[in-house]
Write a protein that binds this ligand. Structure first.
Ligand SMILES: Cc1cc2nc3c(=O)[nH]c(=O)nc-3n(C[C@H](O)[C@H](O)[C@H](O)COP(=O)(O)OP(=O)(O)OC[C@H]3O[C@@H](n4cnc5c(N)ncnc54)[C@H](O)[C@@H]3O)c2cc1C
Length: 373
């Protein structure tokens, strides 16, 4: 049984919260496809399926944006956490095309992304930062950029609604019936020809017998808005997002009003434990205070900057960090995508489109994403 009851206390992210248009509230009806989970994966699948005239109902345990996709850093990256792979080599241009086609105002900015690394004992550093004593250099620039993730998510949701999809928020699926695919929601059992399970860190709570999917909370914080002169002092005048290719891990990006968002840290737990974890818990506070201190020491220009808001969000990954995208062995009418590690913004949207294509015309899913591979 799922634990995703929608009572999360993971802090408010920087990203502006929104409400869905009233069309979302229509009651669920007979559907060709049920999508469980309204993150980027689920909303992309719902949009692509609804646009092809299938009847689609999305069940979301919490409010839209309360999973990873509304809490993410929003760094847009190509391929998967294990690199570019067949079937996952065009995620960034596809995202740009979709955003343009749907006219989503989500500040998608694609200048590339810096892979940075620590240089122990070296004095040379392309970035004027000092991370606990180590200088940092830019190792390479990879394809990508950044996006305002809630705006992207809500843009996809509105596009799905306009094409006739139904989105039922605060409607946790308690169980999935495997033989004749159906979901148990509140006191109803609702059947569909296909069920798309796009619940990311909650996957193992809803479907048994999958390869090991680890779930964790990961953390982020944002500075107050910084003026261009300060961003220049920090080496961030070009608004390039960045992530470390080595440890200790750190990622960051500039947001719309000049806030710099930084993230790091993991707290592992089962989906049930994560659901119960609170931003005020000792573990979360220790991680967030450590992150804020680390940020304030990176450069003197950050020393007195206010670091608020601070928040957490769920991530999931497999042992090899390869995403799961495939059909459920017990019943191929059930499709699953998730566990992208910290690499699911562009790939999640792409995975939703791949799942839709599989349902619509039987297009193969990437072999490397198969369950039980
Ligand atoms: C803090 C943070 C920073 C990150 N930074 C980046 C980044 O910069 N770049 C990047 O590429 N990736 C990043 N990631 C990862 C990326 O955000 C995720 O991989 C991606 O958003 C996953 O999308 P999803 O739709 O698969 O899952 P989610 O967005 O988590 O959506 C799953 C949804 O399923 C719902 N759900 C769960 N159980 C049920 C149920 N039983 N019934 C109904 N609904 C249910 C949840 O409420 C949730 O809304 C980050 C993640 C976090 C948390």
């Amino acid at each position: 049984m799922s634990s995703a009851a929608g009572t999360r206390d993971w802090g408010e992210p920087l990203w502006r919260s929104r409400a869905l248009s009233p069309a979302a509230q229509s009651s669920p009806r007979v559907s060709d496809v049920i999508v469980v989970g309204a993150g980027l994966t689920g909303m992309s699948a719902a949009f692509h399926l609804a646009r092809a005239k299938l009847k689609v109902t999305v069940f979301e345990a919490a409010a839209l944006g309360e999973g990873a996709s509304g809490r993410t850093g929003g760094i847009v990256l190509e391929g998967t956490a294990t690199g570019v792979r067949p079937g996952a080599d065009n995620c960034v241009p596809s995202l740009a095309k979709l955003v343009d086609e749907l006219g989503i105002d989500c500040n998608l900015h694609l200048p590339g992304c810096w892979e940075i690394e620590h240089l122990p004992g070296s004095s040379g550093s392309a970035l004027p930062w000092n991370d606990n004593g180590d200088p940092i250099r830019i190792a390479r620039t990879v394809t990508g950029g950044s996006v305002e993730p809630r705006a992207l998510l809500f843009g996809l949701a509105e596009a799905a609604l306009q094409n006739g999809a139904i989105i039922a928020e605060h409607s946790p699926v308690r169980r999935i019936q495997l033989n004749n695919p159906a979901v148990e929601v509140a006191n109803d059992v609702i059947a569909a020809a296909h069920i798309v399970v796009a619940v990311n860190a909650w996957t193992s709570a809803l479907l048994p017998g999958l390869p090991r999917i680890h779930s964790a909370l990961t953390y982020a914080c944002a500075t107050e808005p910084l003026v261009d002169d300060v961003l220049r002092e920090l080496g961030l005048a070009e608004h390039m997002p960045f992530y470390t290719a080595d440890r200790p891990y750190l990622w960051g990006r500039i947001a719309r009003d000049g806030e710099v968002v930084f993230g790091a840290g993991l707290k592992f737990g089962t989906p049930e434990e994560l659901e119960r974890a609170r931003i005020g818990d000792n573990d979360s506070q220790t991680i967030l205070q450590g992150l804020a201190r680390r940020v304030q020491r990176l450069n003197p220009a950050l020393a007195r900057v206010r670091i608020r808001p601070r928040w957490a969000g769920p991530i999931a990954f497999t042992d090899e960090a390869l995403p799961v995208i495939g059909t459920y062995p017990a019943n191929p009418a059930i499709l699953i995508a998730g566990a992208y590690a910290g690499h699911g913004v562009a790939f999640g949207v792409h995975a939703g489109a791949l799942i839709a294509r599989r349902i619509l015309d039987g297009a193969p899913l990437p072999e490397w994403g198969a369950i039980g591979r």
